[in-house]
Design a protein around this ligand. Structure first.
Ligand code: AQP
Length: 354
């Protein structure tokens, strides 16, 4: 039985300010995974068109996500940092995946339902097909591991379904072209071209919630800026938002069970644990029995100490767009080479003449 070479891939959309959820759920994990893994990190600019076609400053938004990657500590020389639209093979594979994925699968995607809202008829076809492009982003490199926030779990399950159906439908062609390897899926041996991607979601804050409502995801598109900590917020803004964060009147419990039914308390403890690189039980053993009037100042201090160096470096990088563009150009060239190798094989498997 063969094995796919481990490869990490993930992306972030250039749609507005990055927030603490993007940082803890995604970017911080990207940084940690660099040691001992081959990693490809992408600014998914084509995804940014799905909800809103025209962006006032698309180049600036793309550069700011790339700057966040670099400022957080991603090494663009050892790994690859690039923007999606510069590698047209993503769109090419996405078209093939549009023909692999079934309408019934797409209809189950909760993110489409949330983002399209009540006016579904008026949503773009791109928003509907978003998860198919996301599957192509990952599989065009035959990547095996994808660090994401919990909100992306369903899309990764869809990527596995697409990979599985492609592997099954084209099994004979894959064999004939000698491009596949034998893997085991569950107990079943499968001759596969695409690997089964593994989501990497774990950690104390896989879904950072709004500071105003512990039942809603922290999100760029929330109308209230008080609901999120933006990576570019200054110290005063961070302090104000945490001070004003919704809580309940009780103090912190001594164990995890005591957080049940207390989403806001749970969220703040999760944020603290993620920022401190510790577990929630460790944080509760330190702060159990304390009031939020004690916990919040500690959280403010920690958030500022952790984010300030990243924010400072982001600002420095943003002042030199030429450098960011050069990093993206270099990354795109290296990504294109790898993606084209896959696409040559995929065209062969399908039977396209080339
Ligand atoms: N609240 C969150 N907690 C943990 N992880 C999160 N991510 C997003 N929000 C949270 C993770 O960040 C990565 C990049 O996300 P994205 O920019 O591609 O898109 P998104 O999920 O649409 O981001 P937003 O902020 O939630 O935007 P809107 O408001 O447009 O919906 C992903 O790995 C995601 O899981």
């Amino acid at each position: 039985m063969g094995e796919f070479r481990p490869l990490v891939f993930s992306g972030v959309q250039p749609t507005g300010n990055l927030h603490l959820g993007n940082y803890l759920g995604a970017i911080r994990k990207f940084v940690a995974l660099q040691d001992g893994n081959d990693c490809i990190y992408c600014v998914v600019d084509m995804h940014a068109l799905t909800a809103q076609l025209v962006h006032e400053d698309m180049p600036g938004q793309i550069r700011s996500i790339a700057a966040a990657f670099l400022a957080a500590g991603i090494d663009p020389v050892k790994h690859i940092v690039f923007n999606q639209s510069a590698v047209p093979q993503h769109a090419e594979l996405a078209w093939i995946f549009n023909c692999v994925a079934r309408i019934g699968w797409m209809n189950r995607m909760t993110q489409f339902k949330d983002k399209a809202g009540k006016d579904r008829e008026n949503a773009s076809l791109g928003l509907y097909a978003y998860p198919s492009l996301m599957a192509a982003d990952i599989l065009v490199y035959r990547a095996t591991h994808v660090p994401v926030g919990d909100d992306q779990k369903q899309h990764l399950e869809l990527a596995r379904d697409i990979a599985m159906k492609f592997n099954m439908d084209f099994a004979d062609h894959i064999r004939r072209t000698g491009t596949g390897i034998d893997i085991t899926v569950g107990e079943e041996p499968v001759h596969a071209y695409f690997p089964m991607v593994e989501p990497l979601i774990e950690g104390p804050a896989p879904r950072v919630m709004s500071l105003r409502d512990g039942t809603k995801k922290m999100s760029k598109s929330d109308a209230s800026d008080l609901s999120r900590i933006n990576l570019m917020d200054d110290e005063d803004a961070i302090a104000k938002k945490i001070r004003k964060a919704k809580t309940d009147p009780e103090g912190l419990p001594g164990d995890i069970a005591g957080l049940a039914g207390r989403p806001e308390a749970d969220n703040l403890v999760g944020i603290y644990a993620a920022l401190a690189d510790r577990t929630k039980p460790e944080i509760l053993s330190e702060f159990g029995g304390q009031q939020f009037s004690v916990f919040k100042p500690a959280l403010i201090e920690l958030a500022i100490a952790t984010l300030a160096p990243v924010t400072g470096e982001m600002r420095r990088l943003m002042a030199d767009p030429g450098h960011i563009d050069a990093v993206l150009r270099d990354g795109s060239a290296r990504a294109r080479e790898r993606a084209e190798k896959t696409m040559k094989e995929v065209r062969d498997i399908i039977g396209f003449l080339q």
